[in-house]
Design a protein around this ligand. Sequence first.
Ligand SMILES: [Zn+2]
Length: 289
Amino acid sequence: MSPADQPPVAWRPVRDGVYVTTLAPASVNCGLVVGTESALLVDTGSSPEQGAALRDSVGTVTKAPLRHVVVTHHHWDHAFGLAAFGDVESIGHESLAASLSSEDGRTTAIEHGLDPDRIGVPSAPVSIIAARDLGGLHVEIGHFGPGHTGGDLAVLVPEARVLFAGDLVEQGDPPQVDETTSMRNWPRVMESLLTLCKPDTIVVPGHGDSVDAHFISWEGTGLDAIYGQCEWLVGQGVAEEDAYDHPELQWPWDETWARRAIGRAYAELAAAGVTPSVRTLPIQAVPRA
Ligand SMILES: [Zn+2]
């Protein structure tokens, strides 16, 4: 699809100077923050063409020049528009370039009909925290350790009290788990996000409707149950395949999601050297007379 074939990007105001649009095919929420001097985008869409359409649409909201784009994490629907922002500062976690150019990243691009050599990499890596002044508004960009992926960034607009959480927060569907997810640390990341929120902060999730700090607490509690329960089960010698049906436990969200999250937690526990210990009964063979 060429940029001209892209459906028009419709921005919805969230607070003064802050806008959200939701783009097909993944219903990803992208953000726009407009100051008096410059504008900043949050996430780039799912292809270079969609990234170009997103970039062009900034002019329908403001005359302020687009100077920065933040990629919240490496997943295709957030990052694959990056190539459209070659002359704009593109900010991503320091692991983003490696994720996008990895074998997995290249395979994902091909699966989506894209040339992996055209995806691009961010120009401004962030390891922990960064800030940008847009004039009248500024943004703070933070990484709080591995969570949804190994390299999530959250974007706070303090003056507007809006937090773009990427897929650390997901409304409508369960939070997505992949092979880079940290079930162990994600709940801690959610606690960090909570410290950024005021009672009236609007939290824009990577997908779904805007939520508030209570939703972050609720999702964090569900995530915390997975790792904590799996750690207990492993201590009891329960194998991964028996974990979901354990009679004493309940799991958040639906069964398909929970089994995937349990698998991820067991993999993390195994990587940390914690595996179900095999319990054998103390019966010894009695020698025949
Ligand atoms: Zn994602």
